[in-house]
Design a binder for this molecule. Structure first.
Ligand SMILES: [Zn+2]
Length: 269
């Protein structure tokens, strides 16, 4: 499913019930928004399975889906357009754990993990194909083997006030704070230095509306941001918002939005 507006959920609700819908598939933020709306309009939809892909399943999104559909099993697919599905996350899995599908190997690498597929019959064969993500081995209580987690994109570093900052660390730290659901970074591109930014704006949703306190915690939790904060505190802004920007075609919440330095006007506050 793509994103439905609240009005559409109300309008199509009886139709969905009448069709006997028991399974959903979509991006996690789309499923979570739909679940919120289903609860709002008190729709009784006996959903047993939700298939997700395309962006991370966060704790907040998972909580929203489970609140509306208590019997739901969550089934996650990890992969890309080039490789199709590489690994999965099942109902008994820890959030973030992924199990490599058989016949493949993954080599962790700071420039992006390398995927190799053995045998014939793959829609996309792969020999040390570089994925854009950094991964690490981990465990999962479900007991399935070949478990890893995605640490972030390989190219997710940016320069801010001379220091290197990693997008995945800022996103992860912010999302782990109490009352913070989803997080999005807006980076203002330095017109002169490639991969450098002149300002970082952190947007977040969730019940915790104390943006000043959230900013303090984000900075405290990441040494490189502390350095930036000492030299140019105005270059880090944290804002509580009701909605994060989504990709107009895929409805995914973009982890990072790049803006030009001119858009920075009015940010210093
Ligand atoms: Zn598992």
């Amino acid at each position: 499913m793509g994103a439905l507006s609240p009005a559409e959920v109300r309008e199509w609700g009886p139709e969905l019930v009448g069709m006997g819908v028991t399974a959903l598939a979509g991006a996690p933020n789309v499923l979570a928004h739909f679940a919120d709306e289903v609860r709002q309009v008190r729709l009784r939809l006996p959903v047993r399975a939700a298939l997700w892909s395309g962006e991370p399943m966060t704790q907040a999104r998972q909580d929203a889906i489970r609140a509306a559909f208590p019997d739901v099993g969550l089934w996650g697919n990890y992969g890309s357009i080039e490789t199709f599905v590489i690994a999965t996350n099942g109902p008994a899995c820890r959030l973030g754990a992924l199990h490599l599908l058989p016949g493949q190997s993954l080599e962790p690498d700071d420039d992006g993990a390398l995927l190799t597929r053995y045998g014939d019959g793959w829609p996309t064969p792969a020999r040390r194909l570089r994925l854009g993500d950094r991964i690490a081995a981990t465990g999962c209580p479900c007991g399935e083997p070949d478990t890893f987690e995605v640490l972030g994109r390989a190219d997710d570093c940016f320069k801010l006030s001379g220091g290197m900052v990693r997008v995945s660390i800022v996103l992860g730290n912010a999302a782990s704070l109490h009352g913070v659901d989803d997080v999005q970074l807006v980076l203002y591109r330095d017109p002169v230095v490639p991969a450098a930014v002149v300002g970082l704006r952190i947007h977040y949703t969730g019940p915790n509306a104390d943006a000043a306190r959230v900013r303090e915690q984000i900075v405290l939790g990441y040494e490189d941001l502390q350095v930036v904060d000492r030299h140019s505190p105005q270059s880090i802004v944290v804002e509580h918002v009701t909605e994060l920007a989504r990709h107009p075609n895929t409805d995914k919440v973009l982890p990072v939005i790049w803006e030009s330095a001119e858009d920075l006007a009015g940010m210093a506050s």
